[in-house]
Design a protein around this ligand. Structure first.
Ligand code: FEO
Ligand code: CA
Ligand code: CA
Ligand code: CA
Length: 755
């Protein structure tokens, strides 16, 4: 077995667990005060605070039936029960799926995307990653192709394009090379050889790959003219409020209008006009800054220094893979964001390069020739998905987004342009994106203890932003680029690492996974955050682990806009599910009363089938992995306010009691939540999309067996996983190097997935 222990694994994983938020938002005192004032609400004689809050929100189904894309009929109600037997938790090095279903690998790291590219040998000798599948398959969307393969047919379930993010590549144990990508595991000291870096850079980014049903089974099409890799070196255009801004000027674009590539792509979005949004998440860690860069920039309180610190790049920060060390050419030098040039504006170095990452990136998958746009008006942070609320003709579009780091925020963008149904099938998709995504308002969420919440506008029109002392905003472009600082300024609620969002296709309610948070404390110090109503748990891993209390298992929050309006500035919220082990304390941990058929930890992906309305929940966990590999569950949620208002009680160090009341959705039953799939060892389950007929589901198995040290590479028996080679896919067989891969899931009787 591998010499790496579970606790080592925990310390090695997750480049997204940093806490850069030093703001004091939602302090303990705020929570206590909020609780006190809520008591007066109760005294007013309301039987249920939930009913009081929800009274102003219409809870009838929204109707309209617009799925945002094809104008199809409203989704049918899901079947009365989830018609499959739950999959047992397990640690098999395999994909285990519910009986009656089949899961097959479809498209794995290194698979060729052109006729000229040789098959993947998977022994570290492969090159030409501009023409191969990237690594760490993540968020993904299906785009239908017409039968002739000449263009878009949003309703096609026979032929389509899968567009997916390739988030990262595996390195662990303090090593910096992507171990499995190189014959000998690569070079873990600086300088990195250019030949290694030239493989590692292009395995990041995005794939567009054609998939087609042949003899009833989907296969990826190696020779399709639509196939395309988008990498950290692909030229892109900066659009929106920060286009041409002083903060965006680099050696690459002195005008601040263009940028090079996309990085650490995580969650996704599907626009109502048929393009793909890719969220740039943990990009900051790829860049280095010299140990004296603060002085070069004018001192510790200089605006750019404050911003760099807030986005996780303090001076002296090392880069994740050391790519800057591979040479003096621009494609290497740009990974060092120290101020080195003599120009006053940054046009002669890469001091501003970090400002060109951290966006939602819009790609037209059907057209290789349109320039990809970074949509700066949607703000800059560690983006997860960008999910559209229900598109309603004549109303603005709302895009829901999360910032995945400890204590970061939940955001919404509201378009200036109101939706026109004809834009569901526009002649020019990317300029339709310009129309809706380049102008609008940004909001951040504040969650109140009484189950209500506010969307607070982040712009210079908000006095708290304009007058913020720690960072001086110049204009709304600056606000978008440094959105985390603007959110600090207005006292937004610090959350337990917002991962994906999803919108229920009928109710329009918005779901957010909050994956876990090691800094959620009863008595916080430093950058930690106090428990509050929307993030109420801080506890130790069951049965007992030698760790301090925190939100170990995460939860799934949901929200309903006031009046179901996309531009609402108020909402109601509750917690759909609290992740927990089934055997955990039912009063303070397993609040949703999860059973062995339902228990999960660290929700990450969440997605609704437009066809069935079922909710797919995927995990990226390091807490429950002593019992089970990561998994996917299928749920049939109710609605905001359908549960109870339990109170959690904590004993503080001085012996006093702290109580926090939260809002708990109706507890799931055996008929409303079941485990559908468990992945191979040391993976996360992510990416979720299906054909429009609801009969073929595509998901991603990310980084199976990612925990590997170079010293163990020569002995394959020490790999934590050999999937998908051990499932007969690709080279290497039972002792293969593990590969991230897309799998295709069908029901053996040809029915709808999960219902
Ligand atoms: Fe890439 Fe936060 O998941
Ligand atoms: Ca994720
Ligand atoms: Ca995650
Ligand atoms: Ca990951």
């Amino acid at each position: 077995m591998n010499a790496i222990t579970r606790s080592e694994q925990l310390t090695l994983q997750s480049h997204d667990e940093e806490n850069c938020n030093t703001s004091a938002n939602a302090s303990l005192n705020d929570v206590i005060e909020a609780r006190m004032s809520r008591r007066s609400v109760f005294k007013a004689g309301l039987g249920s605070a939930g009913a009081a809050v929800l009274g102003s929100f219409g809870l009838a189904a929204c109707g309209g039936g617009n799925d945002g894309n094809t104008g199809a009929a409203p989704p049918p109600a899901p079947a009365a029960s989830l018609d499959f037997k739950a999959v047992a938790k397990n640690r098999l090095d395999a994909v285990t799926i519910a009986e009656g279903y089949t899961a097959k690998p479809l498209y794995a790291l290194g698979d060729p995307l052109s006729a000229a590219t040789p098959a993947y040998k998977n022994d570290g000798s492969d090159t030409d990653f501009d023409n191969r599948a990237g690594d760490h398959h993540d968020g993904m969307q299906y785009f239908g192709l017409n039968a002739a393969g000449t263009g878009r047919d949003a309703d096609s379930s026979e032929r389509g394009l899968l567009v997916m993010n390739h988030e990262a590549t595996s390195n662990s144990g303090g090593e910096i090379a992507s171990t499995f990508l190189h014959v000998d595991g690569g070079t873990n000291t600086l300088p990195r050889p250019a030949a290694e870096v030239d493989k590692e850079i292009p395995i990041h980014g995005v794939s567009v790959v054609e998939v087609r049903k042949i003899n009833g089974q989907f296969a990826y099409q190696k020779n399709s003219a639509f196939n395309r890799r988008i990498t950290p070196l692909t030229p892109m255009q900066l659009n929106g409020v920060a286009r041409g801004h002083a903060l965006m000027k680099t050696s690459f674009s002195a005008a601040g209008t263009d940028c090079r590539g996309t990085l650490n792509n995580c969650g996704t979005g599907l626009t109502p006009w048929g393009t793909y949004l890719s969220g740039e998440e943990n990009w900051a860690g790829y860049f280095t800054r010299s140990a004296t860069d603060n002085t070069a920039r004018g001192g510790a309180f200089a605006n750019s220094v404050v911003a760099l610190n807030r986005y996780g790049r303090a001076q002296g920060a090392a880069s994740r893979h050391g790519w800057q060390s591979a040479g003096t050419a621009d494609q290497y030098a740009r990974w060092n964001v120290s101020q080195r040039g003599a120009s006053p504006d940054g046009s002669d170095d890469y001091r501003n390069e970090l400002n060109t990452f951290g966006y939602m990136v819009e790609i037209d998958p059907y057209d290789k020739n349109t320039l990809i746009r970074k949509r700066t008006s949607l703000g800059r942070f560690a983006h997860e998905s960008g999910i559209f609320g229900k598109a309603v003709a004549g109303k603005p579009l709302a895009v829901y987004m999360g910032d995945d780091s400890q204590g970061e925020y939940i955001y919404k963008f509201v378009s200036t342009t109101h939706w026109a149904a004809a834009d569901a099938s526009p002649a020019n998709r990317i300029t339709t994106g310009d129309k809706y995504l380049d102008s609008g308002k940004l909001y951040v969420a504040k969650f109140n203890a009484d189950g209500s919440g506010q969307w607070i506008e982040l712009s210079m029109a908000n006095a708290a932003v304009a007058a913020y002392a720690p960072y001086k905003f110049a204009d709304n472009g600056d606000v978008a680029v440094n959105l985390r600082l603007a959110a600090d300024a207005v006292g937004a609620t610090r959350m337990d690492r917002p991962e994906w969002s999803a919108v229920h296709p009928v109710s329009g309610e918005i779901y957010y996974t909050l994956t876990n948070n090691a800094s959620r404390k009863v008595e916080p110090t430093g950058t930690e955050t106090a428990v509050d109503a929307a993030n109420p748990r801080s506890y130790t891993d069951a049965p007992t682990a030698p760790t301090a209390p925190r939100n170990v298992n995460g939860h799934i929050l949901r929200m309903r806009e006031a009046g179901d309006e996309p531009a609402a500035t108020g909402f109601a919220w509750d917690v759909y599910l609290f992740g927990a082990q089934a055997d955990a304390d039912p009063v303070r941990v397993n609040l949703s009363s999860l059973t062995d058929d339902q228990d999960f930890s660290s929700p990450d992906g969440v997605w609704f089938s437009p066809k069935t309305g079922l909710c797919f929940i995927q995990t990226d966990d390091g807490a429950y992995t002593d019992v089970t590999n990561c998994m996917m569950l299928i749920g049939k949620p109710g609605k905001v306010g359908d549960g109870s208002t339990p109170t959690l009680s904590y004993t503080k160090a001085d012996g006093s009691t702290l109580t926090v009341q939260t809002r708990l959705g109706a507890k799931p039953t055996a008929a409303t939540l079941k485990r559908f799939l468990v992945g191979p060892v040391d993976c996360e389950i992510t990416g979720c999309t299906e054909t429009p007929d609801g009969k073929t589901l595509f998901i991603n198995i990310q980084h199976p067996g990612e925990t590997i040290r170079k010293a163990n590479l020569a002995d394959p028996t020490k790999y934590l996983s050999h999937w998908p080679g051990n499932a007969g896919y690709g080279a290497g067989g039972a002792l293969a190097r593990p590969r991230s891969a897309t799998i295709v899931i069908t029901r053996n009787d040809g029915g709808l997935i999960g219902s």
